[in-house]
Design a protein around this ligand. Structure first.
Ligand code: FES
Length: 160
């Protein structure tokens, strides 16, 4: 390394221009892009809801024979909404919408009451889906149930 008359290093002999600086610039711009993506992605997911492909399901397999003991119930997916399959203590299967007609909470089967119960505001429905106490204003939508082999099919009722 040589110096000029003023004691400065000859410019042509200075070290290569800062690979460290370039590395920091890349690191910072990558961090900025990642931060921007972290803010923008949730906004886009909110503005563009996911596609719901199964809205029109008229029939689903809600369960298998033997899966539910008598006097019990289970939630199943009927399209994009929950359904409730009940195996009554008499051995009969019943199915209905599990969306409460009051404020749309998901109802459940209460084996101690032998009724359908909504935990949100203590609404109750009987095994026919009829609202019997509490705030629900309407019955639950009833579905038809057919057992075929080992599978329990639930179907929407056709309007007459
Ligand atoms: S939402 Fe079910 S009783 Fe209110």
């Amino acid at each position: 390394m040589t110096t000029n008359d003023l004691g400065k290093v000859n410019p042509s002999e200075q070290p290569a221009p800062l690979p460290r600086r370039r590395f920091v610039e890349v690191l910072l711009s990558g961090g900025f892009l990642a931060t921007a993506a972290a803010f923008i992605y949730p906004v886009l997911r909110y503005l563009v809801p996911p596609k719901v492909t199964d809205l029109g399901a008229d029939s689903v397999v809600a369960g298998k024979v033997g899966e539910l003991k008598p006097n019990s119930g289970k939630i199943f997916h009927f399209g994009s909404r929950p359904g409730l399959l009940i195996h009554t203590s008499g051995g009969e299967y019943r199915a209905m919408s599990a969306t409460c007609t009051h404020l749309s909470c998901t109802v459940q089967y209460r084996d101690d009451l032998r009724e359908v119960w909504c935990a949100c505001h203590n609404g109750k429905y009987n095994l026919d889906g009829r609202n019997v106490s509490g705030p629900p204003p309407r019955p639950l939508e009833r579905f038809d149930v057919h057992v075929r082999g080992e599978e329990i099919f639930v179907m929407r009722r056709r309007e007459a």
